[in-house]
Design a protein around this ligand. Structure first.
Ligand code: G4P
Length: 313
């Protein structure tokens, strides 16, 4: 899915999110376990600050197990309930219902004491595009697609899926926007295929990916693609070497780097490079600072443009 986040689109999405949040007790945010920071929406913590929160590290089948453990502890230490899921295979589903019930225990008890005997738990799924929301809902709800109709007090058109007698899920997931100011997030999401390849041409993206592998997983690059490189050698040169090692040549016997770029990204996305986690919690602080600086720079430029415009007119 390729969503262009124009300011108008953003405002509408945000408003819809706020409207839906008002209807639920529990917010279940899906993250991509390969990029658990880059795939986390930057604003949801503020938007949903009075809600019970569950984070799903989805696509955990594609991520490094050790890396996933680190991320689970990191988010747990921030007070989130964290569950590892593989929505495609249906793994981790039961834990979601159980966790939501545990989180709501106190609230349900209080309500019962006040005489409200039936207290259904209402939850919603949200996450950035391509993180697996639809796949999750389909697997999670399974055959019980019994939808409840509109209810008094519920925004018109909203439908609830009864997962259990006392557990209802909003049937449409909340689509969240990604981090815009963090350039690394954009790049890592593009590697995983979550952002349409159109934002960067495929050769540039694959070259960035090779550079990333040279830094983070050099042995993997050498083993799988039979390439080595000297200190100071550039990623585009290594991409050429991979193309030649794979016999990918153009008619003029040059390295066919475009074809190689496509193959490399497809192989990674198809899991052929193994289970890779592309970022670690230790990077967050520096990235947050860089994103903040970028935002400040952008705002300063906007201010300057406005000043120039006012001076002219
Ligand atoms: P969305 O609603 O959040 O936008 O995501 P969606 O469910 O459409 O899932 C996006 C892609 O991710 C799908 O691949 C889906 O099969 C895959 N996916 C979702 N959850 C998991 C998981 O836990 N593990 C793995 N390995 N894959 C998962 P697709 O249909 O092939 O889409 P695409 O590859 O053509 O984009």
């Amino acid at each position: 899915m390729n969503i262009q986040w124009y300011p108008g689109h953003m405002t509408k999405t945000r408003r819809m999110m706020e409207e839906n949040l008002a209807l639920v007790d529990v917010v279940i945010e899906l993250l991509d376990a390969r990029v658990p920071y880059s795939s986390k929406n930057p604003d949801i913590d503020a938007l949903a600050k009075n809600k019970y929160r569950i984070l799903l590290l989805n696509k955990s089948d594609l991520a490094d197990e050790e890396g996933t453990k680190l991320w689970a502890s990191y988010y747990e230490s921030q007070g989130f309930a964290v569950i590892l899921t593989d929505a495609l295979a249906g793994k981790g589903m039961k834990a979601v219902t159980d966790t939501a019930k545990t989180l709501m225990e106190e609230k349900i008890k209080r309500q019962r004491e006040r005489g409200r005997l039936f207290v259904p738990i209402r939850a919603m799924i949200c996450g950035i595009p391509n993180v697996g929301k639809s796949t999750f809902i389909n697997k999670y709800v399974g055959k019980s697609t019994a939808k409840t109709g509109d209810k008094p007090g519920v925004t018109r058109g909203k439908q609830w899926i009864k997962v259990k007698k006392d557990f209802e899920l909003l049937d449409t997931p909340g689509i969240l926007w990604p981090k815009f100011e963090d350039e690394t997030a954009g790049l890592l999401l593009a590697f995983t295929g979550a952002i349409n390849d159109e934002i960067l041409d495929v050769e540039t993206l694959a070259t960035e990916f090779v550079a990333f592998l040279m830094r983070r997983y050099p042995a993997l690059l050498t083993q799988r693609y039979k390439v080595t490189w000297e200190e100071g050698e550039r990623a585009d040169q290594v991409l050429e070497k991979i193309a030649l090692a794979r016999g990918m040549k153009t008619k003029g016997s040059q390295a066919d780097t475009l074809r190689c770029a496509k193959v490399l990204l497809d192989e990674y996305r198809g899991g052929k490079l193994g289970r890779l986690t592309l970022e670690g919690p230790e990077e967050i602080k520096a990235r947050e600072e860089a994103a903040k600086a970028r935002l400040q720079e952008k705002e300063a430029k906007q201010k300057e443009r406005k000043r120039q415009f006012q001076k002219k007119n």
